[in-house]
Design a protein around this ligand. Structure first.
Ligand code: CA
Length: 243
C-alpha cells in the first residue's frame, strides 16, 4: 500500500469556529454563551442573509441554523450554502415544524434539534458532528487532482477515471455522481440530497434519475453490479459509497 502521507499536526488545533444564526435574542445569547464556555470560537447572526454572508466570510467549522429567520430563511440558507460547501449544519426547528425538518435534511442539513432543547444535548450534537466531519477519510489527498479508492483512480483535472489501470468511460453525470460519492465516503445520502448536490436546484426530474444513474455507474465500477460492494444501497433511505 502506498503511504498517502497524512499530515501530522504538531501544534494544538485552533478551536472549532461555530456560526449561530437565530433571531430569538435570548436563545441566541444562551447558545452562543454556552458554546463560548466550551472553548469554541463563536460567530453570531440574527438574520438569514447575515448568516449566509458570515458563513462565506468567516468559514465556520459548523453552523447552527434556525429555520424561521428574517431576510432569508434557514432552508434557503442551507440550499445556497450547499452549492459550494460541505460545512456541517444543524437545523434548530420548532416542535411543530416536521415539514421543515424533512425539508432541511433533504437539502443537505446534517442534523436537527427540536426547540426547546437543553444545552447539554446541543453540545453533544455539536461534538458528534464536528468529530464526524473531521474524520481522516475526508482529509485532502496529497495530490488533489487524483483521488483513489481501491483500484479506482479519478483524475479530477481531466475528469478521467481508471479501474485497475483500464480507462472507464463515464457520462458527465455518472462522473459527477462518482466524484460526489468518493468525496463523501461512508456517508448516507437520500435520493433527494443526491439530486440537490449533484444535479442542482434547477433540475426538475424525479428521484428515479438517481437510481438509474447509480445502476449505470455500478455496471462500470462494481465487480458484480448485482452485488455492489462500493456503491451500496442504504436500507430504505438512499445510497452510500464504501471503499
Ligand atoms: Ca426564528
Amino acid at each position: 500500500m502506498p503511504d498517502h502521507g497524512m499530515h501530522m499536526e504538531t501544534t494544538a488545533p485552533a478551536p472549532a469556529r461555530i456560526l449561530v444564526v437565530e433571531d430569538e435574542e435570548a436563545l441566541l445569547f444562551t447558545v452562543a454563551h454556552n458554546l463560548a464556555k466550551e472553548g469554541y470560537d463563536v460567530v453570531t447572526a440574527s438574520r438569514g442573509d447575515d448568516g449566509l454572508r458570515l458563513a462565506r466570510e468567516r468559514r465556520p467549522d459548523l453552523i447552527l441554523l434556525d429555520v424561521m429567520l428574517p431576510g432569508v430563511d434557514g432552508i434557503q440558507v442551507t440550499r445556497l450554502l450547499r452549492r459550494d460547501t460541505d460545512v456541517p449544519i444543524i437545523m434548530m426547528t420548532a416542535l411543530a415544524g416536521e415539514r421543515d425538518r424533512v425539508a432541511g435534511l433533504d437539502i443537505g442539513a446534517d442534523d436537527y434539534i427540536t426547540k426547546p432543547f437543553g444545552m447539554r444535548e446541543l453540545l453533544a450534537r455539536v461534538r458528534a458532528l464536528l468529530r464526524r466531519s473531521s474524520h481522516p477519510a475526508q482529509a485532502e489527498p496529497d495530490d488533489p487532482a487524483h483521488i483513489t479508492s481501491g483500484d479506482l483512480t479519478i483524475d479530477t483535472a481531466r475528469r478521467e477515471v481508471t479501474r485497475g489501470g483500464e480507462s472507464v468511460i463515464l457520462k458527465p453525470k455518472e462522473y459527477d455522481l462518482l466524484l460526489f460519492f468518493v468525496q463523501h465516503r461512508g456517508r448516507i445520502f437520500t435520493r433527494e440530497q443526491i439530486l440537490n448536490r449533484v444535479w442542482g436546484d434547477d433540475f426538475d426530474g424525479g428521484a428515479r434519475t438517481v437510481d438509474v444513474h447509480v445502476r449505470w455507474l455500478r455496471q462500470k465500477i462494481e465487480g458484480d453490479p448485482a452485488q455492489p460492494t462500493r456503491l451500496r444501497t442504504a436500507r430504505g433511505s438512499g445510497y452510500l459509497f464504501e471503499g
